[in-house]
Every structure is written in C-alpha cells, then in structure tokens.
Design a protein around this ligand. Structure first.
Ligand SMILES: Cc1cc2nc3c(=O)[nH]c(=O)nc-3n(C[C@H](O)[C@H](O)[C@H](O)COP(=O)(O)OP(=O)(O)OC[C@H]3O[C@@H](n4cnc5c(N)ncnc54)[C@H](O)[C@@H]3O)c2cc1C
Length: 491
C-alpha cells in the first residue's frame, strides 16, 4: 500500500471527529499544520455530542495524587502530572475558542447521584476535583451541556477551514520501511484509498463500547451494554495492535446503570427520583447501597461471579420501586446518550409499563412470577426487611441513609438494569507528549492519540476526566504532531 499514490496529502491526519479529534485538529492547525480530519459517521460528534459535557478542571496540581491513587498507579506519574497541569489550563483553551465555563449543575436529582465533585471523596486530595461545563451563551445555544461543547468545537474546526471528510472510516495505519506512520488507508463509498500524512497521524476514534467481542474479551462483568455513539467499535484498537502498540487500561469499565430495550441499539441510562426503591440481583437479594457510590462504577459493583451457579447474579439486576418513584419523574431523564433524540420516555413511566419495559405487579409474589429468575421468598423478605429499615431509619445491611429511604408499598414495579458504558479507556499506552508507545516503551514514530482511546484512567474512573482528556491530549498531540519534521524534509 505504501507504493500507492496518495489520494489526499496533509501534514497531520486526525482520525475520528469527536471531542479529541476536534481539539487535536484545532491545535495542529493553529500550530501551522495542514490538517485533514476523517470521520466514520455522516456528521461527527461521536460520544462527545451525546454526553453530559462535564469537564474535570482541578483546582490544584495536588489533584495528581488523587488521579494516581484511584488509577492504582497504572499511568506514569509524569503523564498524570501533565494531564493535571493542562487540565487546569482548560478554561484558557475554551476561552480561545470563544467559549466560557461554569460549574456543573446536576440536571436530574436522583439516584445514583451524579456528584459535582470527586467520585471517591475518601481518596487523597479529592478536594481539588472540580467539574465544569460550557455555558449556553458561549456554547452555540444548545440546551443540553454535551452538545454545547460539541457545537463550540465544531464551529472552531469549521471556521479554520480544516478539511473534514465524513463517511470516511480509517481502515489501516500505513508504515514506511523505517517504521514511521505515514498515513492511513481509508474507505469511502466502497473505495479504499491512501491518505498521506507528512508529519503524523493522531488517532482519536473513541472507544470500543459497541464491540461485543472486545467487551467480552476485556471486561470482567458480562454482558455489558453501551450508552453513547454506536460507531465506536474499537477500530483504532485493532489499528494500534497491528502497528505494534503497547496497550493499556483495556479493562477499565466506566459503567452506569441502564435499561436495554430490545428496540434500541444503545441502552437508556436510568435513575430513580423517589426514595422508595431498591436494587436486587436476579434472585431478589440486595447487593449494594443504592443511594451512594459513584455513578460510573456500576460495572465493578456487579462484577461478583457465583461459581456454584455459574452466573453473574446481578447481571441483570432489577430496580424494584413503588408509586412515589414511578410518579415523580421518568426513569430516563432524556438528557444524555444516543437515545436522547430517538425516544421520549413518558413523564410518569406509564408508557413504558404499557410497553412491558417496566414490569408491574400487585405484590412481590406476582413480581417473582413475572421474572423467572426471581425467588418469591427472597424478594418478599428483601422488600419486608427494607420497609422495616425505613421505619427504624437504620439500614443495617448497606447503611443507606434514612433520608434516602421510604417504604415500597404496592403496586410494585421492576425494571431490569445492566452495567452500560459511558466510555472505555483502553488504547495505546501513551507518554506525556501524546505519543503512542511500543512494548519497549519507545514511541512509534509519528503516531499520536487523544481522548478516550488510550485515556489515563487505569482502574477506578473519575467522572469528567474522559472528556477532559479530549481537550488535554487533543492539544498536546495536535501541537506535537504539527512540530514533527516533515517526511519530505522540510518543516
Ligand atoms: C451518556 C454519556 C455521558 C457522558 N458524560 C460525560 C461527561 O459528562 N464527562 C466526561 O468526561 N465524559 C463523559 N462521557 C464520556 C465522554 O463522552 C467520552 O469519553 C468522550 O466524549 C470521548 O471523546 P472522543 O473524542 O475520544 O471520542 P468520540 O467523541 O466518541 O469521537 C470518536 C469519533 O471517531 C469516529 N470513529 C470511530 N471509528 C472510526 C474510524 N475507523 N475512522 C474514522 N472515525 C472513526 C466516531 O464515529 C466518533 O465520531 C459520557 C459518555 C456518554 C455516552
């Protein structure tokens, strides 16, 4: 393929037009490079355009200790330090684009809670965590906070007249005889062609949320669903592996709680706005405190495997709830994820009961009849025990706070829930310059990455650090790629 004539040539080729691709393209362009952006979908945006839009902007360099602790030191400290430093400068970058930031306002007050600060308050230096979103006025007017950031980035790509080729997935990285990455084979309308990059390629093609085989291979909990861009199928993971990259963070599950309807590809993130609800495993037993815990860690919460029964007892789990929760708010708030524009959930959840998505029963025994895995005696005892705890104000089992509990009285409702991915974090191991490393720790020449593809989180995931990675490593990789010497000799 390297002998092929390139159909297109540029200095810096960016693969994937979401948040990271935009920040990388903008930064490379502003550093003087001629940039091409290629994108698999018709319009770009990726999960960035579907997300909550919350960016981690720490208030001190000491926050690096926190990231180090929750990542179990799986990333080199200099990478974490660089991440933290550039994260603190994010407001300047957003300002340069014509945007403005404001502290995150949590959109739906429900359970599990979306925290505006650190997801793991007991970890060291958690107090330096801060979440911010782009303001409506400066973010293109969108009501929802994710699309605001996307509008801002898109506007800046377009105003720089960066060449964008949509409906053009990258298929292969191209290496020359010296082992340098000099472009990609892309495909459009059934035709494969070579796009040459004289300086570097930056991979920003997102994660592998919608690649079942990869999820099965890398994740402890099974099955896992996804919430974001259906086109994030891990294409760049394969390209990185073929290019000889060392992989990291492939097993980090960033999962919320979601309902998978058979009619939709992505799952619906769900939350309860009342207090008369429980999570139970498929047999009817509680397994966690439903009110606290971080919204991104449901994958870990349900990872227990029963070797006697040969099953994950809590996949699917069920939310069991009563009238207060049913009436107070839709379980799917309609603010985030791929289904936002595809389905309007009814305000009192009645349409979803009628559809059979939510199971309704007069009593726990009837509920158990309708859910074949549920043990009638177990679910009855679980609800009775919880209702007792509501009376006494003491949840001996899981220490749920008094104000977060109220008794579940009939009718009874249940909805199956799965762990569902906000994002993956796996990808090529990168250094603080955004370069992709090989298994010996040497940079693969002229290959960079940014965003959730190969992001920094190794074990626990701090909410808002994935989107922040787009801006942070987008800038770093974009600038450094533009500064590479051209393969044709000049700069
Ligand atoms: C519901 C939801 C809420 C979230 N909320 C937050 C939040 O508030 N804060 C936070 O930090 N994170 C959040 N996340 C995660 C965050 O949105 C993503 O991690 C982040 O947007 C990823 O950006 P990215 O640019 O790396 O990938 P994406 O934005 O997904 O962009 C990748 C792009 O690459 C394209 N692509 C894929 N394969 C190819 C190929 N072969 N060739 C060319 N293009 C390709 C895709 O179509 C896509 O457009 C949320 C995610 C979801 C789903």
């Amino acid at each position: 393929m390297t002998n092929m004539n390139p159909k297109e040539t540029c200095d810096v080729l960016v693969v994937g037009w979401g948040g990271a691709g935009s920040a990388a393209a903008i930064s490379a362009c502003d550093a003087g490079a001629d940039v091409i952006l290629i994108e698999k979908s018709a319009q770009g945006g990726g999960s960035t355009a579907l997300c909550l839009g919350s960016l981690c902007i720490p208030t001190s360099m000491e926050f690096a200790d926190y990231l180090d602790a929750i990542g179990f030191k799986t990333a080199e400290r200099e990478v974490i330090d660089t991440y933290t430093k550039v994260a603190m400068d994010t407001p300047d970058f957003i300002k340069k684009l014509g945007g403005d930031l404001t502290p995150l306002v949590v959109l739906q007050i429900g359970y599990p809670r979306t925290l505006s600060g650190a997801g793991f308050p007991k970890a060291p230096k958690a107090e330096f965590m801060r979440k911010m979103t782009v303001t409506k006025e400066a973010g293109g007017g969108a009501e929802l906070t994710g699309p605001r950031l996307w509008n801002l980035l898109k506007r800046n790509v377009e105003s720089r007249k960066i060449r964008v080729m949509t409906n053009t997935p990258a298929k292969e990285l191209v290496k020359n005889d010296s082992g340098e990455i000099i472009g990609v084979i892309a495909e459009r309308a059934g035709e494969k062609f070579f796009i040459k990059a004289k300086k570097a390629v930056i991979l920003t093609a997102g994660g592998y949320e919608n690649n079942n085989a990869m999820l099965w291979e890398y994740y402890a909990s099974k099955p896992i669903k996804f919430l974001g861009n259906p086109l994030n199928t891990g294409d760049a993971i394969r390209m990185l592996q073929k290019a000889g990259a060392a992989m990291w963070h492939m097993t980090n599950m960033v999962c919320s709680i979601a309902y998978q309807s058979p009619e939709f590809e992505a799952a619906f993130p769900v939350a309860c706005c009342g207090t008369d609800f429980l999570y139970v495993d498929k047999h009817g037993k509680r397994f966690m405190c439903e009110a606290t815990g971080d919204i991104h860690e449901f994958g870990h919460a349900v990872a227990h495997f029963d070797t006697q029964r040969i099953e994950f007892p809590a996949i699917p789990a069920y939310i069991i709830f009563g009238e207060q929760t049913r009436k107070r708010a839709p379980l799917f708030g309609g603010k985030i994820g791929n289904n936002v524009n595809l389905y309007k959930w009814s305000l009192d959840n009645s349409a979803e009961i009628a559809k059979g998505w939510i199971i309704q029963a007069k009593n726990p025994a009837e509920l158990a009849k309708k859910i074949p895995t549920m043990d009638p005696a177990t679910i009855e005892a679980t609800i009775a025990k919880f209702n007792e705890a509501c009376k006494s104000g003491k949840d001996a089992e899981f220490k749920r706070a008094k104000e977060d509990m109220s008794a579940i009285t009939g009718p009874f409702y249940a909805i199956p829930i799965h762990p569902a991915l906000f994002c993956t974090q796996g990808g090529g191991r990168r250094d603080k310059e955004g370069r992709v490393l090989d298994p010996d720790g040497k940079p693969i020449p002229r290959l960079y990455e940014a965003g959730e593809l190969g992001a920094i989180s190794g074990w626990l995931y701090q909410g808002s650090t994935s989107l922040a990675d787009c801006i942070i490593f987008g800038q770093i990789s974009g600038k450094n790629a533009a500064a590479e010497k051209s393969i044709e000799g000049s700069n």
